[in-house]
Design a protein around this ligand. Structure first.
Ligand SMILES: Cc1cc2nc3c(=O)[nH]c(=O)nc-3n(C[C@H](O)[C@H](O)[C@H](O)COP(=O)(O)OP(=O)(O)OC[C@H]3O[C@@H](n4cnc5c(N)ncnc54)[C@H](O)[C@@H]3O)c2cc1C
Ligand SMILES: NC(=O)c1ccc[n+]([C@@H]2O[C@H](COP(=O)([O-])OP(=O)(O)OC[C@H]3O[C@@H](n4cnc5c(N)ncnc54)[C@H](O)[C@@H]3O)[C@@H](O)[C@H]2O)c1
Length: 465
């Protein structure tokens, strides 16, 4: 007999795990979540929330500085860090209270599968709780990947945790990785007073985006004074007194007070008992569109899975997963594409906002990824500064929009917006992509004057409407 028997046990109470439990519980199932660290996961304390709390003030100051007649004054770094603490104080009692208030059992400890529909939780004091559950959901998130750099384990390198919880901005920072974390943290730290060097082994920053987006962010970071080293890897790193000394592939050395490793993330599936159910530990769990991994009982969502490593996509998978578990518990058939039981947007319309200056807000395909997927596409671009709303938003507005049009169906399969304050513009594109709205109908979606959304009209005209 297990110590606890529930309909659903979720391993990992990050934003994604919490949402699965809530969705299933709200529809009448009993649910428990197992959490080894903080309820709320990486996103709340060490990732999305604190990083954006560091970025919003520097973004706002840059916008004000671009506007004649208003004066932002210098940044009060201590006040910025204090406000960050209000958002991301690593105390999870509020989130734990929310779970218990919602009627979801919280088991603090490390969860492992011990066989089909069976989980054991090892608590901090070494005691264990056995849980039997009709459904087991893996929502264990991810940890930073460690690139193969000699000496990296011995220099006290920062991960996203130290970077987002920092108490004092270091005089200098070398960042390994020019992906999303790398460019966001380069923006924040350079503008909060550190001298930043960014090392990226590819030829461009944020490689998954339209190439011009990476170039604009690079130009802006360089204008801020960030030293960007593209096309070179870090090969070795050592401490020399108070400094870290990084050796790059071209033989050059970079010295800085701290090193931040931002070289991607690895799904946390290595110590999860996956071998007890015939799965290989240490890899992202491959789930189908219904988020199912095995049979009708094992599911994977969020960063632990092969899906997009983004909070909003994980929470979308969580809603799908909760509804699938509920449907199966009621003996109902699962619906198809675009039902509540299929995470179809994972294949067609993943949105992401990168909070650099300029911001990059994109959804669906880039031109290159659409061609790689075998689509016949035409991409058109337009400078946002050339529409009245853009020129009013900022002098010399630096930014553009691109739409990728499937020429056979005449629908948009991807869009990218780059520039100041474009974050919220991407959702209109997400609706157009998911809705497969024909261009002939989009022509009647009239953007208000004078807003930056008028770029939609110019894009359609550029396409030939
Ligand atoms: C610096 C940074 C900034 C980011 N900014 C954004 C952003 O702006 N927008 C965005 O959409 N995404 C952002 N992301 C990505 C986002 O943080 C992740 O996609 C999101 O946290 C994934 O949620 P999750 O619940 O799957 O995993 P996590 O948040 O990692 O939570 C997993 C939880 O599972 C627990 N756990 C793991 N193993 C076990 C176990 N065996 N037993 C019990 N508990 C366990 C962990 O302690 C953790 O609390 C950012 C990431 C980083 C690193
Ligand atoms: N605003 C957001 O949505 C947001 C913000 C931060 C992070 N995230 C998510 O968190 C995840 C992790 O972000 P990330 O930036 O760590 O990963 P990433 O995969 O976006 O970027 C890692 C980068 O590091 C580079 N790299 C890897 N090894 C290297 C080496 N040895 N030397 C030099 N460069 C090297 C890669 O070329 C790559 O560009 C991503 O999935 C991202 O989407 C999202």
């Amino acid at each position: 007999m297990a110590d606890l028997d529930v309909d659903v046990v979720v391993i990992g109470a990050g934003p994604v795990g919490e949402n699965v439990a809530d969705r299933a519980h709200q529809q009448g199932l009993s649910a428990a979540v197992v959490e080894a660290g903080l309820v709320g996961g990486e996103c709340s304390y060490y990732a999305c929330i604190p990083s954006k709390a560091l970025l919003r003030p520097v973004d706002l100051k840059a916008a004000v500085d671009r506007m004649p007649g208003v004066d932002a004054g210098p940044i009060d770094v201590a006040a910025v860090l204090a406000r960050r603490d209000q958002f991301a104080n690593p105390d999870d009692s509020g989130q734990a209270d929310w779970l218990s208030g919602a009627g979801i059992t919280l088991l603090r400890g490390h969860g492992r599968l011990t066989g089909e529909r069976a989980v054991e939780v090892t608590h901090d004091d070494g005691t264990t709780t056995s849980v039997s559950a009709r459904n087991v959901v893996v929502a264990t998130g991810s940890v930073p990947a460690s690139p193969p750099v000699d000496g990296i384990a011995d220099v006290g390198a920062w991960t996203n945790r130290e970077a987002t919880q920092v108490k004092e901005i270091p005089s200098s920072l070398v960042i390994l990785g020019g992906g999303v974390v790398g460019v966001e943290m380069a923006t924040a730290y350079q503008r909060l007073g550190a001298r930043v060097t960014l090392v990226q082994h590819g030829e461009r920053l944020v490689p998954g985006t339209e190439p011009e987006a990476g170039r604009r962010v690079q130009a802006s970071l360089e204008a801020d004074g960030v030293d960007i080293r593209l096309g070179t890897s870090m090969t070795a790193v050592r401490r020399d007194g108070d400094e870290v000394v990084a050796t790059l592939g071209d033989g050059s050395e970079v010295r800085a007070a701290e090193l931040l490793v931002a070289a991607g993330r690895r799904s946390t599936t290595d110590d999860l008992g996956l071998e007890t159910v015939g799965l290989e530990p240490g890899k992202p769990l491959a789930a189908d569109d219904s988020t199912t991994v095995l049979g009708d009982w094992l599911y994977a969502v969020g960063d632990a899975s092969t899906g997009a490593k983004l909070t909003h996509m994980g929470k979308y998978q969580a809603r799908i997963c909760g509804d699938v578990v509920v449907a199966r518990s009621r003996g109902e058939e699962l619906g198809g594409r675009y039902s509540k039981h299929a995470a179809t947007a994972e294949q067609t319309a993943v949105p992401q906002v990168i909070f650099t200056d300029p911001q990059i807000a994109a959804v669906g395909h880039t031109e290159a990824s659409a061609r790689d997927a075998g689509l016949s596409v035409r991409a058109v671009s337009y400078e946002i500064g050339s529409v009245a709303g853009g020129s009013l938003q900022a002098d010399d507005y630096d930014g553009f929009a691109t739409i990728v049009v499937d020429t056979e169906r005449e629908v948009i399969v991807g869009a990218t917006f780059v520039g100041q304050d474009v974050a919220d513009m991407v959702h209109a594109a997400t609706i157009a992509v998911v809705g497969e709205v024909p261009l002939s109908r989009l022509w009647h979606a009239v953007p208000s004057f004078p807003t930056m959304s008028e770029v939609w009209l110019r894009l359609l005209e550029a396409y030939g409407m």
